[in-house]
Design a protein around this ligand. Structure first.
Ligand code: AMP
Length: 439
């Protein structure tokens, strides 16, 4: 199949050609015809499958002939990065259409957004919170919306956005086309589908299994040797851009710094950064001025850099779905990629789940020439936070922050812990908080 079979308007076909897309991806093949026909569509597809063009192209086709300057399509996405990427795709695919899009999300000034809306846009790509603010302030009018897209619906649910999404939908005309994309189909998303989609066509690619252009390998390693293994692995491997995932913001920052100190062009992307710094890290990664980006799951959502050849899970993700999302960043569209995961003994249960979804056992690799025998330091210095300034003595010490660290850190002991569970605690001196809160 080729793009010509969709009979897109020449102005839109020119955008496809300019991007160098030759063959539609499976989600495009399945979704574009029903969307062009005006049907509601539920697309089960993860990032990296080409789903953005699967909805952007038919939207451009629909909006091309109509009136300009009022919001005729609304795309709701969970993160600013994803919203920006969709906006960029609209600009690229629609370069000859003169249709205008803008992004709406929090963390940046509201006035430039109001000005753009006043000047007139055809497509709005928005994150739920700030969009609701605009609706409450009547600075946006959604009464002309013909096509609504809810992208990465499962992520919106994970991030607690579904109530906001329902509120937003109340501001839209009942008569409209609705498209929903999601990598997974938890019950809450199924419920939302029943509420907001009318007689939908469901299209599905690859289920939640990771894209098969990615090859997977596990590197069993003791926690305290992970950074040394990472350095050796980078030395021995031929790579393009590399995305490294860590479990916490603090670890992302530290590893980014260590890679920088070792001479790599590396940046870290984590939730503590200002919007400007996030953008700088993302832009630098995209244009190649940073070869390595170290990120947490939430910060990395929606990253779209075609040249990512390797995803390295410095820390294993909590869930199989998170693994799928992480490695969906490599092997995008027609490219191939490698996913390397560092695993400790206590990670086995998650590995089992990932292997079940992949339907195969993942190869365990030993890195040649790497010294796996080095014993753990008595105290973890790698991820320890700098000491706090002395505080006035209190009658009873508070069990927070640094003092809590010490409270959970097992006593100094020989290199090989006798039980796997003690292992992670020993090397991660991150404070005891809800894991979610740290990302
Ligand atoms: P997405 O899943 O929408 O984030 O797309 C993943 C990547 O695939 C993006 O960088 C797109 O530019 C690229 N892409 C989308 N469709 C095609 C296609 N038909 N051929 C080649 N690359 C594509």
């Amino acid at each position: 199949m080729s793009f010509s079979s969709f009979k897109l308007h020449p102005q839109i076909a020119a955008g496809v050609k300019a991007l160098g897309f030759e063959t539609p991806t499976p989600i495009q093949t399945q979704a574009i015809p029903p969307v062009l026909a005006g049907k509601d569509v539920m697309g089960l597809a993860q990032t990296g499958t080409g789903k953005t063009a699967a909805f952007v192209l038919p939207i451009l086709e629909r909006l091309l002939p109509g009136p300009r300057g009022r919001v005729r399509s609304l795309i709701v996405a969970p993160t600013r990065e994803l919203a920006e990427q969709i906006h960029v795709s609209i600009g690229e695919l629609g370069r000859n259409t003169h249709l205008k899009s803008c992004t709406i999300y929090g963390g940046v000034g509201v006035n430039p957004q109001i000005q753009k809306l006043r000047a007139g846009v055809d497509i709005v790509v928005a994150c739920p919170g700030r969009l609701l603010d605009h609706l409450n302030q009547s600075t946006i009018n959604l009464e002309s919306v013909e096509v609504l897209v809810l992208d990465e619906a499962d992520r919106m649910f994970d991030m607690g956005f579904l109530p906001d999404v329902r509120r937003i939908i109340k501001h839209l005309p009942q008569k409209r086309q609705t498209l929903m994309f999601s990598a997974t189909m938890p019950d809450d998303i199924r419920k939302l589908t029943n509420e907001v989609l009318h007689d939908p066509i469901t299209v599905k690619v690859g289920h939640t299994a990771p894209a098969n252009t990615v090859s997977h390998a596990l590197y069993p390693v003791e926690q305290h040797l992970k950074t040394a293994l990472l350095m050796e692995l980078l030395k021995q491997t031929d790579t393009e851009s590399i995305l490294i995932f860590t479990r916490t913001k603090h670890r992302a920052k530290r590893i980014g710094q260590q890679l920088g100190n070792a001479g790599y062009k590396a940046a870290s992307l984590q939730g503590n950064l200002s919007q400007n710094k996030r953008q700088d890290a993302l832009d630098g990664f995209r244009d190649g001025s940073y070869q390595i980006l170290v990120a947490t799951d939430i910060a990395a959502r929606g990253i779209d850099v075609l040249s990512i050849s390797h995803v390295i899970n410095y820390d294993i993700p909590d869930t199989t779905d998170a693994y799928t999302h992480r490695i969906g960043r490599t092997g995008r569209a027609a490219k191939t990629g490698d996913a390397f995961t560092f695993v400790c003994r206590e990670d086995e249960p998650v590995i089992k789940g990932i292997e079940r979804v992949l339907g195969e056992r993942i190869e365990r690799r030993i890195l040649k020439g790497f010294d796996y025998t080095k014993s753990a330091p008595a105290r973890d210095a790698e991820f320890a936070r700098p000491p706090r300034p002395p505080q006035r003595p209190r009658s009873k010490p508070a069990q927070t922050g640094a003092s809590m660290d010490a409270a959970v850190r097992p006593p100094a002991r020989p290199a090989r812990p006798s039980r796997g569970t003690a292992h992670r605690g020993a090397a991660t001196a991150a404070p005891v908080q809800g894991r979610r809160g740290q990302r």
